[in-house]
Design a protein around this ligand. Sequence first.
Ligand code: DGL
Length: 259
Amino acid sequence: MDKNSPIGVFDSGIGGLTVLESLKALMPQENFIYLADDAFYPYGTKTKSAIENRVLTIGKAFIKKDVKAIVIACNTASANAQKLINWAKIPIITVIEPTALAAFNQSQAKKIAVIATKLTISLGMYQNYLEEWQAKVYSLATSELVPLAESPNRQSAETKAQVLEIVKPLLNKDFDTLILGCTHFGLLKEALADIFPHAQLVACGEATAIKLKNELERLDLMTERKSQGSVELLCSRHPECYLDKIDWLSFKYRKPRTW
Ligand code: DGL
């Protein structure tokens, strides 16, 4: 395995870029290939077997591109990654366990709310981890937030009002930590912070980046490159899926193209 090979990262759309931001910040010399799977978007309202098979297909395609590790920068796909994990011989990093643990450690009261897609919530992984650690958990399926996060208008007052309407069931709940259990929701952080001013928001990027770094170090797979690594943005259908949506990225990237 070549230490200087790229790392594959994917999501159904641009949500996983919130994770890539953290990966790039922690490991600037690594090369990353990011796939927005716009041909199969959205993931969170599909069936378990559809997503499991899609995750395996994408994993195989990444391995053909000689990646040294894959980061599943999507909670819905992470909850359905077992087939790929069983098949692959390279590290497959998922987001749910590190994010749940980070939220648990940060919560004072051990009262935690989690918002995620319909499929992620129905599979109960966040709830199981947190309850096993004796936290009180409030969960809410909020797949309707995904298109709001994908929209170039995500900062508008209208979008903020829609976000409020969707997360309303959590308003009267007593928690001090809110897990953004869908990587798209990191893009709605400002609106969510306004709605829940007493909660700390925990997104998936930081904890996942630490997990990847630890794994690469453990396997002696960190790049030896001294200069900045590259970022390639790919999609499975139309490169326009990135159009007008990624002006907030802090790193340089090549012009998006089809997979
Ligand atoms: N970003 C994905 C996640 O973290 C889901 C978005 C979708 O439903 O496609 O769950």
